[in-house]
Design a protein around this ligand. Sequence first.
Ligand code: HEC
Length: 478
Amino acid sequence: MDFPIFHLDFFGNRLLIAVIATIHVLINHSLAVGFLPVVTLIEYRGYKCRLIGLSELEKWDELAYKFLYFAFVVTTSVGALTGVGIWFSAALISPAAIGSLIRVFFFAWFVEWIVFMLEVIFIMIYFLTWKKSNENLQKKKNHIRAGLALSIFSWLTMAIIVGILGFMMNSGNWFESQSLINGFTNPMYLPQLAFRTPMAFVMGGAVAFSLTFFYLKNDVDFKSKVLKNLSFWMFIWTPHVLIAGLFYYFQIPELMKLNIPVAVATQQFQDWYDTLLYFLLAAVFVSMMFTVFAAFKPKRIPPFTAVLLVIITFLTLGMFERIREFVRKPYVIENYMYSNQIRVNEYEMLGKQGILLHSTYTEIPAVTQESILIAGKNVFDITCSRCHTNNGVNSVVRKFEVLFSPNKEPLDKERMKDYIPVMDKGRYYMPPFPGNREEIDALVEYICYIQFKNVYSPGAQVNGINVSPLHLNERKDN
Ligand code: HEC
């Protein structure tokens, strides 16, 4: 409404954010937050060997450097690109939501930027001064301190972002005093942070475990020693994943009760929710057994099981992320703004006066008989296009066909007109329709018009920006 509408009509907007964000969170947790402390500890291990005069020191140091090389390349390329990509894509797709979050988390946004820059600076220092740090003990000591600082700043970037993610799920008592502190102390913050931290440590351990097979193919004795150490690391953190995971898990139903007005629709959620618990228990069990076995019989661990462990940890985090997205709908910010970018408290007015009238970026400010299709397209763009496409992924046409015309007969306009005003009742993940009666009619006309036409309708990035004639006049008046 207040921003030009970016839209990917084949792929869908949701998928774009989901792909970028999933890649990012997996890389961030497994290779930054969880992995960098492991690298620093291994380097420290080498340093200790040097202190007591053990010849192993170089092996530890070399391995830690190889690990860091891998993390450095991946995190500063794909990791950084997807990290920036999340903000670019989210700001284009949901600008109003990002705007609201900046209002609440203004200082957090600013501090996050500084913390992120420091993280990048520390990884540069840590990586680029590694060779030099082997010149003497003092240099090595300082270098390890840089690794420690890097680990802390990686964790801090996550700790800030998680505040915002938690707020989007449950804004807590923010409405009462509307402060930054209130935003951060939302009920989902601690459970998420408590879960993500050990989860990342186990993921980092699992990645290091796999890489050890790759880097230390021939040195069997040293390899066993490293695997033992890494098993120990994962063994310590896995129970924390379980405890914090359960803590997080049991917070979710409270949230669902808040967000879901109707009980009929909870089935799909319930399935996910149950699966999540079993998955968590199974993953923790497998991880514990694996680490115990690997600690005692490192030589008997086949390399593919290490990769399997990485996959299990990635899936566990992925399940939690899926549930997080699931629980948040139909809101983008709980109780405050729906995923279609419209604020809850705007609904009453928009329902009476219409969304087109109040949109800055629309071709047409009201529905007229002559321009009903153009109006319908604009209503679709504003109210449905954050989640649906015309004929691509999660196509609105296909969704209506499944409901009302399974044999692809022309859609029944009357049934659609009855459905749209109550669409949020059966499918709680969809926001209520925000506009007025004429806008529903126009939307239905448009959807029926495109039912048998393969029209793709990309957003403002291709079609150009349309400013509502009402707003153009306003600009001239000023
Ligand atoms: C917040 C995202 C979101 C918005 C906004 C949204 N939808 Fe949906 N809609 C969904 C999802 C997700 C599904 C289910 C997809 C699936 O089948 O897995 C869905 C399903 C549907 C269905 C099929 C429902 C059923 O019972 O099977 C229809 C019809 C539909 N949407 C129409 C619309 C229309 C019309 C609009 C705009 C006025 C709209 N949606 C806006 C997310 C959204």
